[in-house]
Write a protein that binds this ligand. Structure first.
Ligand SMILES: *Cc1c(COP(=O)(O)O)cnc(C)c1O
Length: 379
């Protein structure tokens, strides 16, 4: 194979002279970290873009979940999705809470509200739902459950930059929302995250907790070092300037995929909840139960063709051991069926064709085999 690999995500990387100028300015100031002016400026930029005033950045999307739990004063059981990136349960655990995994719903892969309602006990102190691959969870049903239980609803909206739901930023939903600014996300600060709320004043609490919880009455035990450095904030501000262009490119890349996958019946794009737009976080596809391969095998076979894809809900990504509120048949099934294909703005139409050709080869080869078999052995 001579073609270079098509990677899952290539980070948005602004022109080196722009990045260089921003970094040069930080280095010349001599202030490298500890709540400096670039962190504050980056927070103001993110706030302005989202229209969410109450926002604080931190070291990662994972510590954003941890700090959200800490800022809300949670310490008991917290419901998390059984089908989710391991960071969700880990962030909850690092926030001194006990994650309790609950099943997903089939269509949009988000937390199943019925399963959540059934899992609530007097020990439940909060819900962390994920806006899975940028698709909104059932926000109304989850909010109603949280309200009647008197517990906060946190959304891990790690991948949701640029996505709106019912004409509001998806990051504006829930009691608290968290964002990842990791290099593989649409906009990033290399490593980083943010916590925000349109309901509770949370940013100042997060600012305190990210800096060991240090404050007038002493250092809070929920505190840690989850700061963002001045260098990261400076890079984040430059990258943010490219986010709108990246969104436009990703919309195009998705159209190419939708067109190229039109005739592939054993594998279909995962639907996006109506009212949400644009679908720019990931290119998630679902394999039919009778597909010639399962999700991990598809990833292995694509890798041989130089295409990097990921089955996030199984194998090495599966958090364990983790307590569950009951059986999680849908999440278990999603592990075998859901794959994220390469998806980033720099992909060309011929890259997308290469990915889909590889998929069709993997599927088609098997179909012919079983065809031959059924011809040889009718009935
Ligand atoms: C990326 C991601 C995280 C983790 O974010 P980091 O910044 O890498 O810590 C958490 N949850 C989801 C859904 C993610 O996609």
């Amino acid at each position: 194979m001579t073609d270079s690999p098509i990677v899952l995500v290539k980070p948005v990387l602004p022109a080196l002279d722009k990045l260089g100028a921003a970094l040069h300015e930080v280095l010349r100031s001599g202030v490298l970290t500890n709540d400096g002016s670039r962190v504050h400026a980056f927070e103001a930029l993110l706030s302005a873009r989202l229209g969410i005033a109450d926002l604080a950045v931190c070291g990662s999307g994972t510590t954003a979940i941890q700090l959200a739990c800490g800022a809300l004063g949670l310490s008991g059981e917290v419901i998390v999705p059984a089908a989710a990136f391991p960071a969700v349960a880990q962030g909850v655990r690092r926030g001194s809470c006990t994650p309790v995994a609950v099943d997903a719903e089939r269509t949009f892969l988000t937390l199943d509200p019925d399963a959540v309602a059934a899992a609530i006990t007097p020990r439940t102190e909060g819900i962390v739902a994920v806006q899975t691959f940028g698709c909104p969870a059932d926000v109304d049903a989850l909010a109603a459950i949280a309200r009647s239980a008197g517990i906060p609803l946190i959304f891990d909206a790690a991948t949701c930059w640029g996505i709106t739901y019912r004409d509001r930023p998806l990051l504006a939903y829930g009691d608290v929302s968290t964002l990842s600014l990791h290099a593989m996300k649409l906009t990033h600060s290399v490593e980083g995250g943010a916590v925000m709320s349109t309901v509770h004043p949370i940013a100042d609490k997060v600012r305190r907790l990210r800096n060991f919880g240090i404050g007038a009455e002493g250092a809070l035990p929920a505190g840690t070092n989850a700061r963002m450095s001045e260098l990261h904030a400076a890079v984040g501000a430059v990258v943010l300037g490219e986010a709108d262009a990246e969104i436009v490119r990703r919309i195009q890349v998705r159209e190419w995929y939708m067109d190229a996958l039109r005739h592939t019946e054993w594998l279909r794009p995962v639907p996006f909840r109506p009212g949400a737009w644009p679908n720019v976080a990931a290119m998630a596809v679902r394999l039919r139960p009778d597909a010639p391969v399962d999700a991990p095998t598809l990833c292995d076979e694509l890798k041989r063709d130089g295409v990097h894809a990921r089955a996030y809900f199984t194998g090495r990504y599966r958090p364990r051991p983790i307590g569950t509120a009951g059986p999680t048949p849908v999440a278990d099934e999603l592990g075998k069926r859901i794959v994220c294909l390469p998806f980033w703005g720099g992909l060309t139409e011929s890259d997308v064709m290469r990915v889909v050709d590889a998929i069709d080869r993997i599927g088609g080869g098997r179909c012919h085999e079983s065809h031959a078999l059924s011809l040889e052995y009718p009935g």
